[in-house]
Design a protein around this ligand. Structure first.
Ligand code: WTA
Length: 658
């Protein structure tokens, strides 16, 4: 049933899942918190004055801005007339302020090797690398593709580009040659920065062969800069004369002196491609000043960053979370960060907890998919380690099921550390909906409220605010500093994709509900909403109901075509370690959902599976699960993290019907 045909009395998306407990802030945390409730009032009084104050206080400008915002819907310009250099703001000024010996990154290789990079080190390496880029013909405005594992050369390469005013486009190291070629061609990059490979799950993962393959169809590339990580282990790393250059050879001989190039506030800092599921990837365009203001300020307030914190954002830098909260926002705040090369299960499922204990990590920011994977393994792994250094926990990337939130709270945060469930997107550049630790009373599963100055709403299909308690579409009604400035080379697509569904409002495809206390609950992508007998049911609510059963670690549900109800709910369920799937348990889980949120949401089909298809950033690919549920050929799988997973599920999917 389409939105238009829906009977008027039916909500856009049903709000079925009951709310659990609330967690007020600990007064001791509040007493020392960076954020205060007064920020909301300040921003409400005059949002431009609010951002103008922050921009003046937090950024070192080469030339001050004259106008805070020029808004020609949907095109925004922030801090107009200003000039700055992003790398200078992330590195040089901290060294000038006496923080040269402060650690910028504790880097941990998967095999156990480590490197410590101070701000002094970063300044030296960024300048030498920027000089090497110059030697390879890169000037202000040239695009540079970066395709690297999680090694220190990755943020160094990004900062070297920013130092020259050369926009980068980082392509996640797990993507294919085809994906890399597409992004290089769309951005017309001149240089690729890569590595021979990296370590993943105990094995070398080579990168250079994929670069060589991609470069067969990328006429704009002149050079390839190759960092050495695997050394002799990288059997497939051949260097093409005249085109390919080893990082250590060219960077080592450069002078550690490369003055930062001041750029306009609206100069392009980077492109980051979001993999559209069917259409050609979109080059999300971010610029310099607004992005840096938005990411650094949210980082300081939402994670309550203090000078002595050891902060770990466990995302990959190839994802926007890494751009904003491992590199730019974090470094602009002179944070000390952890960078870990490998996977959480190598050599064992307590690798992260070991790192937290060893480095006394105080802030951890990760994805619900990781939390659910840890939950599946059981609490004995974290229990073996001293995690008492942790004082703030964050979540990003997907709605977090209340059960996973509570597990995170108890087994990782010791029942003490506040959790910030942060909603945002590649397009938004910075966190937009989130609790403020020390200020906000949290509810497990809710991202709570818009950040100060952010105007978010939940609307029905006509763009009208839905009353409290209802579900609908999440929109943003006012520009924010780190917002995307467009889709590279395609202003029309920018307008059509984000600003046309609800005129005058930004819509990027998520459903949400607002409860009677005004809390926002993200309901997942509206494309994933199921329609059962005319009830529009969000996937996350049914999944959270399944995960609230003690046998379940993770669940994904999709709608399968059904002759009677339009769609029927098909659930894929991963059990916790030590639990066995059986017909009886399947029945029990269906009944459990019926009890928790109502019979309408009871899955008709249920399949136990050891794994789920996910994107590289850990999001469940429900589109492929729909293909499996319908028994049809799989659609595009290029963004899939592990292709064998769908085959395994498909082989078992015949036996699921109730
Ligand atoms: C989802 C990641 C619920 C959402 C920063 C969004 C979330 C998409 C949350 C963007 C959250 C991200 N709660 N859903 N806390 N955070 N999402 O571009 O569907 O990789 O639209 O950016 O992830 O994903 P992206």
């Amino acid at each position: 049933m389409s939105v238009e045909q829906r009977p008027d009395q039916r909500p856009e998306i049903e709000a079925l899942y009951g709310e659990g407990q609330a967690f007020p802030p600990d007064p001791a945390f509040t007493a020392q918190a960076n954020a205060t409730a007064a920020l909301y009032e300040e921003a409400d009084r005059d949002v431009e004055a609010f951002w103008s104050r922050i921009a003046s206080e937090t950024i070192t400008w080469s030339k001050p801005f004259t106008t805070t915002l020029e808004w020609d819907l949907p095109f925004a310009k922030w801090f107009v007339g200003g000039e700055l250099n992003v790398a200078y703001n992330c590195v040089d000024r901290h060294v000038e302020n006496g923080l040269g010996s402060k650690v910028a990154y504790h880097w941990i290789g998967e095999p156990g090797d480590t490197r410590t990079i101070t701000y002094d080190d970063l300044l030296r390496e960024v300048q030498k690398t920027a000089n090497a880029l110059r030697e390879l013909g890169i000037e202000k405005g040239d695009r540079v593709a970066i395709y690297m594992p999680m090694i220190p050369e990755l943020p160094i390469a990004m900062l070297a580009c920013a130092r020259l005013g050369a926009p980068h486009t980082v392509v996640f190291g797990g993507f294919s040659a085809e994906a890399l070629a597409g992004r290089i061609n769309d951005s017309q990059a001149k240089l690729v920065i890569t590595a021979d490979g990296g370590w993943r799950r105990g094995k070398p993962a080579e990168l250079k062969p994929a670069v060589d393959e991609a470069l067969l169809e990328t006429p704009t590339i002149e050079h390839v800069l190759v960092a050495r990580r695997l050394g002799d282990v990288a059997k497939g790393c051949s260097m093409q004369d005249g085109r390919d250059v080893w990082w250590d050879e060219i960077v080592e001989r450069q002078a550690a002196d490369c003055p930062p190039v001041a750029v306009d506030s609206e100069h392009m800092l980077y492109l980051l491609y979001t993999s559209g599921t069917t259409a050609k990837p979109k080059g999300i365009l971010h610029t310099s000043a607004g992005y840096l203001v938005g990411t650094s300020y949210t980082h300081r307030m939402i994670f309550d960053l203090k000078p002595d914190d050891v902060y770990w954002c466990a995302a990959d830098i190839g994802w926007v979370t890494g751009h904003s909260y491992i590199v730019y926002g974090a470094l602009a705040n002179a944070a000390t960060g952890i960078m870990y090369e490998g996977t959480p299960d190598t050599p064992a499922w307590d690798r992260w907890w070991q790192i937290i204990e060893d480095y006394e990590v105080s802030i951890l920011y990760c994805a619900p998919t990781a939390i659910r994977a840890f939950m599946k393994q059981g609490e004995t792994f974290p229990a073996k380690h001293d995690l008492t250094s942790l004082r703030v926990l964050g979540s990003v990337g997907e709605p977090i099921n209340p059960e996973a939130w509570l597990w995170y709270h108890e087994h990782i945060g010791g029942g003490r550390a506040p959790i910030v469930d942060t909603w945002w997107q590649t397009e938004t550049g910075m966190i937009l909906i989130t609790p403020l630790p020390g200020v906000t009373t949290t509810k497990p599963g809710s991202a709570t409220f818009p950040f100060p100055g952010v105007d978010a709403d939940v609307v029905d299909s006509t763009g009208k605010s839905v009353p409290p308690g209802g579900g609908g579409y999440l929109v943003l009604k006012r520009p924010w500093p780190a917002m995307l400035r467009g889709i590279y080379g395609d202003p029309q697509r920018y307008q059509d994709t984000y600003w046309s569904r609800f005129p005058g409002m930004y819509f990027a495809g998520d459903g949400a509900k607002r409860d009677t206390d005004g809390y926002l609950w993200l309901l997942g992508r509206v494309d994933d909403v199921m329609n059962v007998s005319g009830h529009r049911i969000s996937t996350i609510e049914v999944e959270s109901a399944l995960v609230s059963h003690q046998a379940v670690a993770e669940a994904a549900v999709v709608g399968k075509n059904d002759p009677i109800t339009g769609q029927a709910i098909f659930a894929f369920v991963i059990l916790r370690a030590g639990k066995e799937g059986s017909e009886a348990l399947g029945r029990e889980l269906r009944e459990h959902v019926a009890k928790v949120i109502g019979p309408i949401a009871k899955p008709k089909f249920l399949l136990f599976t050891p794994d789920l298809p996910k994107t590289r950033s850990g999001k469940i690919m429900r589109r492929l699960l729909r293909d499996i549920a319908e028994g049809r050929a799989l659609g595009d799988t290029t963004t899939l993290a592990d292709a064998t997973v769908v085959e395994t599920i498909r082989d078992n999917s015949g036996t699921a019907e109730e």
